[in-house]
Design a protein around this ligand. Structure first.
Ligand code: ADP
Length: 500
C-alpha cells in the first residue's frame, strides 16, 4: 500500500512572494482596480494535497459581472484600447509573456498549491506553456487580414472583407490547467483587440489573479482584462447570460457547456466550447510498444487524469493485449503519488473531495458491473484527495465506466481483432475530442485518422503545440482554439462593397 508522505520538512519551501500573495485581500479586478465583491462575500481556495485553506477569494456575482462588462465595454468602445495599434497590442502580449517567465517560480508554486500537480510539471510545462501562448498569439495581432474579392465586370466594384474584434468577451475557464487555460483564452482575444471578463474556476483562482497583476504591469489599459472570481452558478451564469457580452468562450464539462448555450440565447452571443472527451486510443498489433506503453501511461495519468484529451479508453489488438495490460498496470503501480510540493511526486492529488468521490464511485460501479482492476482501484491515504493510478479491463463499451468521462486517473482497456470493429467502438461515444493511434503502418494510420470522429488525431505520440488548431466534434465542443483559427474566433468579418 502506497503511503502519501506529507511531512512538511520533505516539501519544497514556499517563496516569500507566494506567502505574501496568499495573504492578500480578496479582490476582483474591475476597470483596473482591485476591489472586493459588491456583496462582500468571500470563499476559500483549498490545497488539494491536504484540504487546508490557502487563501480567501472574493465571491463575485451578477452585480460584479455587470460592472466588469461595463468596464470592458468602455475600454472596447472609447478607451485607449480602442485606438491601440495592433503592433502595440503585440508588444504588450510579449511583455506579459516576459513577466510570466520572470515570475515562473512563483507562479509554479501557486499553481501547484492550488491545483495539486507536481511542481516540476507546473514549472516545466504549465507556466512556460502559458508564456509561449502569449508570445505565439502576439504574432497574430499584426497579421490578421481580410481579402479583396473581384465581383462584377472589371472596374465595377471594389469589394473587400475586413476582420474586426468581436467585442466584449466572457471567458470561463476550468481548474485542470488554470493558468494555461486562462492564457489560451486571453491571448487570442487580446491579440484580436477584444476586451475580456475572465472567470477562473472557483477551485483554482490563484494564478489567474496573479496574472491579473502582471497584466496591469505589462501596460494593458484599465478595463481591457477584468477578472471576476466566483462560482459557476452565480458569476459564470451571469457571464453566459449577460446581454452586453458579444461572445462567451468556455472550457469545462459538457453539461455546463449546454447550460451556457441555453443562457447565451438571450442576445444570441457567439459561443465557443471546449468540452469533455472519452478519447479512444488504439494500439495496433504492429505498434512499437516501447513507445506506446510509456506514452499511454503519461497520457492517462498526467495531471491525475484530469485532462479532457486523456486516452481514457484504450483498445488493444488481441495479439498484444496482455503485454499492454501488464505494461500499463506495472507503470501505473510504479508512479510515485504524492503532494505536488514533494520533489519526488510524479502524480498529485485530484482537485477536490467531490472529484475524489466521483472518481471512486465510477471505479466501484465498474467493478460491480464485472470490470477487473489490475492496478490501483481507489483512494490513497486519508489526508488530501489522492487516487491511485487505476487500470481496468474486462469492460464492454456499454458500461458507464467505458462511456462516461471520469476525469481522473482511470483507464479502461479492451481487446479487438478487426480494424472495422475497433473503429466502430472508437466512434461509439457522444464525444469527439481526440484519438490516438499506435501503429508502424503509415497507410493504416492515415486511413484510420480519416474514419475517426474526433477533432485531433495523434499517431504514435501527441503534441499540444499552440500552433495546432484544437477543438472537439460532436458533444466535445464548438469551434477551435489555438492556431490562427483560435484568434479568428475572436474576430468578425465585415464585407465592404464600393460601386465605382
Ligand atoms: P467541474 O464541475 O468539474 O468544476 P465545470 O465544467 O463545472 O467543471 O467547471 C468549469 C468552469 O465552469 C468553472 O469556472 C465553473 O465555475 C464554471 N461553471 C460551472 N457551472 C456554470 C454555469 N452554470 N454557468 C457558467 N459557468 C459555470
Amino acid at each position: 500500500m502506497t503511503t502519501i508522505d506529507q511531512t512538511p520538512g520533505n516539501l519544497t519551501a514556499l517563496l516569500p512572494s507566494v506567502m505574501k500573495f496568499l495573504d492578500r485581500e480578496p479582490a476582483l479586478l474591475i476597470d483596473g482596480r482591485w476591489q472586493p465583491a459588491r456583496s462582500g462575500e468571500t470563499f476559500v481556495s483549498r490545497n488539494p494535497a491536504n484540504g487546508s485553506t490557502l487563501a480567501k477569494i472574493a465571491s463575485g456575482d451578477a452585480e460584479d459581472v455587470d460592472l466588469a462588462v461595463k468596464a470592458a465595454r468602455r475600454a472596447f468602445k472609447s478607451g485607449p484600447w480602442s485606438r491601440t495599434k495592433s503592433s502595440d497590442r503585440a508588444q504588450m502580449l510579449w511583455k506579459l509573456a516576459d513577466l510570466i517567465t520572470e515570475h515562473a517560480d512563483e507562479l509554479a508554486q501557486l499553481e501547484t498549491l492550488d491545483q495539486g500537480k507536481p511542481l516540476n510539471v507546473s514549472r516545466g510545462a504549465d507556466i512556460p506553456g502559458s508564456a509561449e501562448t502569449f508570445r505565439y498569439m502576439a504574432g497574430w495581432a499584426t497579421k490578421l487580414t481580410g481579402k479583396t474579392i473581384q465581383v462584377g465586370a472589371p472596374g465595377d466594384f471594389h469589394s473587400y472583407t475586413q476582420l474586426e474584434p468581436v467585442g466584449v468577451v466572457g471567458q470561463i475557464v476550468p481548474w485542470n490547467f488554470p493558468l494555461a487555460m486562462a492564457a489560451w483564452k486571453l491571448a487570442p482575444a487580446l491579440a484580436a483587440g477584444c476586451t475580456v471578463v475572465l472567470k477562473p474556476a472557483e477551485n483554482t483562482p490563484l494564478t489567474a489573479l496573479r496574472l491579473g497583476e502582471l497584466i496591469q504591469e505589462a501596460g494593458f489599459p484599465d478595463g481591457v482584462v477584468n477578472i471576476v472570481t466566483g462560482f459557476g452558478d452565480t458569476a459564470g451564469a451571469a457571464i453566459a447570460q449577460h446581454p452586453d457580452i458579444d461572445k462567451v468562450a468556455f472550457t469545462g464539462s459538457t453539461g455546463v457547456g449546454k447550460s451556457i448555450v441555453r443562457a447565451a440565447i438571450g442576445n444570441l452571443k457567439r459561443v465557443s466550447l471546449e468540452l469533455g472527451g472519452k478519447n479512444p486510443s488504439i494500439v495496433m498489433e504492429d505498434a512499437d510498444l516501447v513507445a506506446a506503453i510509456p506514452g499511454l501511461i503519461q497520457g492517462s495519468f498526467a495531471n491525475s487524469g484530469q485532462v479532457c484529451t486523456a486516452p481514457s479508453r484504450i483498445f488493444v489488438h488481441g495479439s498484444v493485449f496482455e503485454d499492454v495490460l501488464a505494461g500499463l498496470s506495472d507503470g501505473a503501480r510504479a508512479l510515485k503519488v504524492g503532494p505536488g510540493l514533494s520533489p519526488g511526486s510524479q502524480m498529485g492529488p485530484v482537485i477536490s473531495e467531490r472529484q475524489l468521490v466521483s472518481i471512486t464511485e465510477h471505479i466501484e460501479g465498474g467493478v460491480t458491473a464485472g470490470a477487473k482492476v489490475t492496478a490501483g482501484g481507489g483512494r490513497l491515504g486519508t489526508e488530501g484527495y489522492f487516487v491511485a493510478p487505476t487500470v481496468v479491463s474486462n469492460v464492454s463499451n456499454e458500461m458507464p465506466i467505458a462511456r462516461e468521462e471520469i476525469f481522473g486517473p482511470v483507464v479502461v482497456l479492451s481487446p479487438f481483432r478487426e480494424i472495422d470493429d475497433v473503429l466502430h467502438m472508437a466512434n461509439d461515444t457522444q464525444y469527439g475530442l481526440t484519438a490516438q493511434i499506435w501503429t508502424q503502418n503509415v497507410s493504416n494510420a492515415h486511413r484510420m485518422a480519416t474514419r475517426i470522429d474526433a477533432g485531433s488525431i495523434w499517431v504514435n505520440g501527441k503534441s499540444m503545440d499552440i500552433a495546432l488548431p484544437f477543438g472537439g466534434f460532436k458533444q466535445s465542443g464548438w469551434g477551435q482554439e489555438k492556431g490562427v483559427e483560435g484568434v479568428e474566433m475572436y474576430t468578425r468579418s465585415k464585407t465592404v462593397v464600393v460601386a465605382l
